[in-house]
Every structure is written in structure tokens, then in C-alpha cells.
Design a protein around this ligand. Sequence first.
Ligand SMILES: [Zn+2]
Length: 309
Amino acid sequence: MTTPEKLAALLVERHGLKPPVNIEQVLREYSDVEQHEWTQDCDGFAIFGGNQSRPRVYIKANVPARRKRFTFAHELGHIVCYWHTGKKCASIPNPGGAALGTEEAEANSFASHILLPDSFLAQFQDQYLPAPEILDAVAQADVSASAGILALRRVLLPGYVFLVPGLDHAVVSTGTYVPPGAEDYSQLAKFSGRHPHQGSLIRWYQLSVTEPLPATLQTSVTTTEMLRRALTAARPEENVSSLMKQINGVVGGTLTRTRATVSAETIFAALEQRFRNNPLYEDLMATDEFRRYLRQKSVDVAQKRVSRS
Ligand SMILES: [Zn+2]
């Protein structure tokens, strides 16, 4: 966790904040807030430090309500991030788009973490909930579609893609494999659709879905050995050790993104999407041995997590 994220979590705890967070009220506890109409792009700014006894925040009044809520949170971020200096102008129409200065990025991260606390987003981190259900639940936070869906990237399992009007790039959950240059996500998805959310129509794609796993035979063969045999059979010409390293890297990275779940089916779904859409592994996914390895690996990891919890 970065310091701005920790500070946001601290305020969430101190003020007992739950979505929809009354962010204007919280900001007013830390500053004097004035709202004015103006025509410049700047959504708000805070004046603090120096001889100023209490920070003063100016918020542009003539913007949509949800965007203004994000600006309240953003300016609060500048005030509580004690190393921020001077007078900052918020510009947040495309968070994650154009590169922002460090302090601006930190204020945005703080805003995301106070309006959508980790404790609130945790409900989405351990299972493949249908995207429309997730969007409906996130709507409770009363933030814009882009702010809410970008925040979901913090917790969602691999395999979700969202197209949000106004954002110039797809929002892809971490650990999702999307072939370079892919434009038609429906080709890659198991389910897809459109869902109204915060006044926008969101296109969503789920590349993973939890399905029951076939019963695995009890085997005395380790997953390492299963993988070695699968690779030797599928690619007799190749150096198996380096191929194993490569596969272990992909598997390990994807498993990290499934930390919160103890379900073998869910873990398998995450791993499967990582290989299924990648042309590099097409031949492996076509073999029973490799798929059996992925299933056994998922079962083993799930069992380990259960016994540890
Ligand atoms: Zn700012």
C-alpha cells in the first residue's frame, strides 16, 4: 500500500466511512470549502501551507455531481498528503489517461481509496460475479462510471474487460490475457453484454467463468511432473526446462491475482483464460495432459490455502 492509500484507509476508519461516502462533509472537517462557477478546465484547487491556518478549497460548482464528489476527495487528498505543497488544480476527466504529475496521481489514488474503500471492494475479489451484478453494487458508491470501474481493477479477478464511454482505453482486470491489438473482445469472452451504469452504457466481457471441475483422480504424480510430461509430449523438440520456467512464471503471476479465493474452480478459471486466448499456448491447451495439470495445480493451491486459513 502506498502512503496516500494508507491515509485514505485511516480516514475511512476514523470517520467510519461507508459508500456512498459523504465526502463533502469529510472535506469540510479539514478545510473551508467554497463553490463557485468558472469556465476554466480546472475542477478545483486547495490553498494550504505557509501562514494559512486552515486550508481553503475552491470547487467548481458547474460540473456534474459525481465528478464534483471526486474533486472533493481529490482536494482532500492534497490536504492530508502532508508532503504536497502549494496550490493544486484538479483535472480528472480521464484518470489513467494522460500522464499526471506525482502529486496529482497521488491525490487521485487517495480519492479512489476513500470513495471506494478496500473493505467495500473486497466483496468482488474472491469469485467470478456476473459483471452486471458488480456494476449494480458499485453504483452504491455514487462515483462516475470511469472512477468506479477503474477502482475495480484493484480487486477483480483476472478475466474482466469493460469499455466505458469517455475512457480512451479498455479497463482490463489485472492478470487478464488479451492478445496485443485485440479490438473485438467478444471473440475472447465466455459472456458479454451491455449494462446501464451511472448514466452510461457499459460494455462488459467476462473471459473467465467458474465451472465445475471434473473429478480428479488421486495421483501420486506431482504437478511439476505432470507439467514436465505434458510439455515433453506436446513439444518434444523444445527445451523442457526453459518451457517449464516460462509456464511456471505465467501460472505464478496469475495465482497472485487470485490470492483471495480458496475455490479450485475459480483458480482454474483464472488460469485457463491466461492460456486459452494466447496463441503461444494454443497447442498446449489442446492437450488433455496440460489441462489436467492446470486443474491439479488449481486443486493443490486451493487445498493449501484452505489448510492455511
Ligand atoms: Zn490536484
